[in-house]
Design a protein around this ligand. Sequence first.
Ligand code: FMN
Length: 436
Amino acid sequence: MSVKRKMHLVAYLKTGPTASYASAWRHPSAPLHDIWDAERYENLARLLEEARFDAGFFADGLGLPDIYKNSFADYVGRGGQLSLIDPMTVLPLMARVTRHLGLGNTISTTFNQPYQIARSLGSLDLLSRGRAAWNVVTSATDYEARNCGMDGVPPKDDRYDRADDVLEACFALWDCWDPDALVLDRKSGVFADASKIRYANHVGPYVRTRGPMSIPRSPQGRPLILQAGSSPRGRACAARWADMIFCTTATKADGIAFRSDMHARLDAIGRSPVECAILPTLSVVIGETESIAKEKAEYLDSLIDPELVMASSSTLLGVDLSRIETAEEAEVAAGNQGIAGSRDRMSQVAKAQGISFAQAVRKPRGLLAGTPAMIADVMEDWFTNGACDGFVLPPTVFPGTYEEFGRMVTPELQRRGLLRREYAGRTLRENLANPG
Ligand SMILES: Cc1cc2nc3c(=O)[nH]c(=O)nc-3n(C[C@H](O)[C@H](O)[C@H](O)COP(=O)(O)O)c2cc1C
């Protein structure tokens, strides 16, 4: 009997109550009293594991966006996506209450040294016993660069060249210790076998690091690599390094085009497509009936603050949209800033809906609202027809989306043989290779 291909699910998370759906923090069932409580993150981790997600990862950035109208007032004042605390402080809490869920953090290769990155993620992999993932970003905004000793972000190609260098350095650091180098033998007094530890000696065009690390080899050897670059150079970087690629393609046809482009890139460098899962984002609103789902989606939309959507879109595109009308203008005005994938998504939305780019940037994210079966139908269609290998799911209401998904959509996907019933492996990498 042939084993049916299974999909991968990853949760898109933020520390704090604002995630990618604009104004959803105002929803009465999204708690605000517990934002500094460990239980908030422990509960989240349990929900994701019960829903049989591969992983949850925290998106992150290093500052308060002040691109829209040259001010941070609208973005922070109205509740734009923000990390209210460092994600690395909550991931171990999530590791503590789960056994299988992958745990990802976003760390920029533009602003950090490889030693610090390798140490941080190596520690998480050890503490979670092999469940760490790294969302590798090159960062795309000047306000972040100005917090890190630069006047602005370097040109995109330079950022990705540095990303390659930083990744090479991190891989060398993660290889400093052999798996059995830590001996811990009280009797003989041998703490570690120094002959099984070596220097990294990485000397690259952007970064240098000697090693050895003080962190022993972790269960996965290195964390899973997640990447979401959509520009040609970003895609080349993802093809070389990523175990999972995130994208924000707006339609199934755009998803098929993105995935086949990535497969061609993987093939060109001798990697197999099965080594790399491609996951578009999908925002769902789940109802017991279609009309309940529609009503929930309408209510969510009624909370939306249009100025927040503008401030958020401005941040994604790296341009002040109070002064920009077309995609071409946006691309020019962005300079080194902006996320190519977001600009593509907004152009795809404009095309698919027959509206202008200026109208598309004023729209909140598209929502898929329906019954569990309707949502599973769309997921199955994209998954079986070459548009993806699974999905990245942001919360539309936190944490209710994940509770409802696990209770209603997960069983439907399992019934169709599209999602694991149990985790097959112990580490995140094992679960990626064998989704059950
Ligand atoms: C699902 C998803 C999540 C992302 N999360 C982050 C993030 O947390 N921090 C960040 O700086 N960029 C994030 N990005 C942006 C990309 O990783 C990348 O840095 C950006 O797309 C710029 O490269 P590009 O122009 O090649 O797309 C995300 C993109 C996607 C599609």
